[in-house]
Design a protein around this ligand. Structure first.
Ligand SMILES: [Zn+2]
Ligand SMILES: [Zn+2]
Length: 150
């Protein structure tokens, strides 16, 4: 099956070579299966260092599990959170295009980037579950049933 997948990937890249969804360039340096070039991946606004509890960005620190002032004042009820990227270009552009302009392919790229970032994160920040949260409050109530505070 790996040979079939590799052959399909080869033909797919020969017929439809990848184009970066950020800069529009093609060519080499793409992570397989992700339509974003290596140069643009290297420029993504990584969220580090960040609070180990709420994932808010922090100034540089040498602590392994830094905690922000807000979480020191009032400890959240959860034990950890993870945010791969800060909300800056091009992440903000990709998210808005995905959520508001029907660019569904961007969701796949964002999901793959999150997966790659999580695989290199501290294991205690790995989620036990992923919960998709619809954008609109009414849709959330419908999707999550009466458990969602309206
Ligand atoms: Zn690019
Ligand atoms: Zn915090």
């Amino acid at each position: 099956m790996d040979l079939v997948n590799a052959a399909c990937r080869f033909v797919s890249q020969a017929v439809l070579p990848p184009l970066c969804i950020v800069c529009g360039d093609g060519g080499d340096g793409f992570v397989p299966g992700i339509d974003i070039c290596g140069a643009c991946v290297a420029d993504l606004p990584l969220n580090g260092p960040a609070c180990s509890l709420c994932a808010m960005p922090l100034p540089s620190t040498s602590l392994v599990s830094p905690i922000c002032g807000q979480c020191l004042k009032k400890r959240p009820k959860y034990q950890a959170s993870f945010c791969a990227y800060r909300y800056g270009y091009p992440i903000d552009h990709l998210l808005r295009a995905f959520k508001f302009h029907g660019r569904l392919a961007y969701g796949r790229v964002l999901g793959e980037l999150l997966s790659i970032a999580l695989s290199s994160a501290r294991r205690e920040t790995w989620p036990k579950i992923l919960v998709p949260v619809p954008l609109a409050r009414n849709d959330r109530a419908e999707a999550l049933g009466s458990a969602w505070p309206g």
